[in-house]
Design a protein around this ligand. Structure first.
Ligand code: FAD
Length: 528
């Protein structure tokens, strides 16, 4: 017999299978010997009281043999001679999951990726971190696995209605992720583990007869009679397909420019912009767990903060406990930061994006204020992208060159005081003390200034000069939407062109991008 129960346990108890079995036995009023094992169905932390608790929902096997958890396995076909092929532009989470789904459906994917494979890409990241040299096709955003590869690998998503989150998590486990992601309330893989998973997915795509090509930057689309027929790459090759999935991510500005040049409808869209904050992890632990030192059985603490300031939303974004701030620029002369953490989250710092919403009237006001000095009109669908780029360029100028980032202590930031010293920080290219109020647009600066003080009231100790503010967190989501028909998900002007995931404005994060990759394939299958 199998029965389910939820136990509220001390962290050390939850970490001991014997203890869990003892508590389960007393819950059901049976001897421990009657229990052959259990599966964890859900695990979360309740840290609201002085004593943090672990909540475990488990399925208990009693009076019957224990069975290991079944991982749903993809059933993939040999598509090397498939009659249909679909071009997938971009090998981020959306592109990879689209390719797997195509194979499941018996269609050959042709994956074209501008960057390099994960291993070669790692060398480019080292060069960026150590020498401040950027490769515009191989960086934290571009290359195999997309922005997902050297990301934090947090797999929590609110987009449950857009697809089957469990299916995505099961596929990740099939390709090597820890089973814990199936039941943890806030699943996380870690930057050190993601590359192997991505490599395993690519190898499977190739084994099944899919094509997977690196350093193939798509620079043009082949369109006849408003139907997409294929793509052209920077090296001059062209590829034909029965459909094209455009999964190029939010940083592929050249793709947005290409669509605009070809008069293919795109739209400017609101996004969010701000900074990355870093605290000592021990401080965040003590605030969140209400104790001077973290219990060894508790994970490094995280937080999620949101505040309205002057009717503008300010919120924390992609919080990385035990993490590192990374240079996420894609071009020279632009400074963008983001964060990641290893699977053990064992770095001494806690970082998080802290961003305010940028609405279309803000872009219009920026254009008006420039009084003709910037060659962009309010109607330009790339206006939000240019705005984003202008802030990144300013941040680069205020930094120390070579991706050294402008930074300020938190209290100094709110007082517009250039910090005389800066605390140690995880950001490898280094920091330059600078007035971030001059780097950020006024409305962003004042929103953050107000929010930081409020956050200090919500989390006592958060507002401190021991925290550092680093500019700029600007690639939160795409500043451009590529429209698609709500039912068939094709571009309204170009048949069989499927704008997909984060770059097109339909996803935010690894899991939602993966689900969107699957969704567009499901729509193509209906008309194949
Ligand atoms: C440092 C960092 C940490 C992050 N942490 C998390 C996290 O913890 N959890 C989370 O859910 N999300 C995280 N994200 C965001 C997440 O990675 C993205 O939301 C996700 O990768 C988007 O998937 P995508 O497939 O839509 O696009 P992307 O991952 O951006 O992939 C797009 C791909 O297209 C390729 N491409 C672009 N232009 C072309 C072209 N012209 N021709 C061919 N190929 C092209 C790119 O090289 C890239 O590989 C993080 C991002 C970064 C940078």
């Amino acid at each position: 017999m199998q029965q389910q129960c939820t136990l509220k346990l001390l962290p050390a108890e939850a970490a001991s299978p014997e203890k869990v079995q003892q508590y389960a036995a007393s819950h059901f009023g049976i001897p421990v010997s009657a229990i052959s094992g259990f599966h964890i169905l859900k695990q979360s932390i309740d840290a609201r009281s002085r004593q943090p608790w672990i909540l475990l929902t488990i399925r208990v096997f009693m009076h019957e043999p224990f069975h290991e958890r079944t991982i749903q396995q993809l059933v993939l076909r040999d598509v090397s001679k498939a009659p249909q092929k679909v071009i997938v532009v971009g090998a981020g989470p959306a592109g990879l999951f689209a390719a797997l789904k195509l194979i499941e459906e018996g269609i050959q994917p042709i994956v074209l990726e501008r960057g390099k494979d994960v291993r070669a890409r790692r060398r480019d990241l080292a060069l960026l971190n150590k020498e401040g040299v950027i490769n515009p096709d191989s960086n934290y955003c571009f290359g195999e696995g997309g922005a997902g590869t050297y990301s934090d690998g947090k797999l929590y998503t609110r987009s449950n209605k857009r697809g089957d989150v469990n299916r995505i998590l099961n596929i990740l486990v099939q390709f090597g992720a820890d089973e814990k992601i199936l039941y943890d309330a806030h699943p996380h893989v870690g930057t050190n583990k993601l590359p192997q998973i991505i490599t395993a997915i690519r190898e499977k795509i190739i084994d099944c007869g899919g094509l997977f090509l690196f350093e193939k930057k798509v620079t043009d689309l082949i369109i006849k009679d408003n139907i997409i027929k294929g793509v052209v790459t920077a090296s001059g090759d062209s590829f034909d397909g029965d459909a094209v999935i455009l999964a190029t991510g939010h940083s592929a500005r050249d793709i947005f420019a290409l669509l605009h040049r070809k008069k293919i409808l795109i739209e400017a869209k609101p996004f969010a912009l701000g900074v990355r904050i870093e605290h000592p992890q021990s401080l965040i632990d003590s605030i969140q767990y209400h104790c001077p030192t973290r219990d060894a059985f508790l994970p490094p603490a995280s937080y999620s903060l949101v505040q309205q300031v002057n009717e503008r939303g300010v919120f924390s974004f992609c919080m990385c406990p035990g993490g590192i701030i990374a240079p996420a620029s894609t071009d020279a002369g632009e400074l963008v930061v983001n964060g990641w953490s290893p699977s053990k989250r064992n770095n001494p710092y806690a970082n998080s994006g802290m961003v305010a919403s940028v609405e279309m009237p803000d872009i219009a006001a920026w254009i008006k204020k420039a009084g003709g000095k910037i060659p962009v009109s309010v109607q330009d669908p790339l206006s939000a992208m240019y705005f984003q780029q202008s802030v990144e360029q300013k941040a680069f100028q205020y930094g120390g060159g070579k991706f050294v980032a402008p930074a300020q202590r938190m209290a100094d930031f709110t007082q517009q005081k250039v910090s005389t010293t800066l605390p140690d920080c995880s950001y490898l290219p280094g920091l330059q003390s600078a007035p971030l109020n001059e780097v950020l647009p006024d409305f962003i600066y004042t929103s953050l200034q107000g929010a930081f003080r409020e956050f200090g009231k919500k989390m006592k100790g958060y507002f401190t000069n021991d925290a550092i503010v680093v500019g700029t967190e600007s690639r939160t989501s795409s500043p451009v939407r590529i429209p698609r028909h709500p039912e068939n998900l094709q571009h309204p002007q170009i048949a069989r062109l499927y704008p997909c995931a984060e770059g097109a404005g339909y996803a935010g994060g690894i899991v939602s991008a993966a689900m969107d990759g699957e969704r567009v394939v499901a729509e193509f299958v209906k008309i194949r």
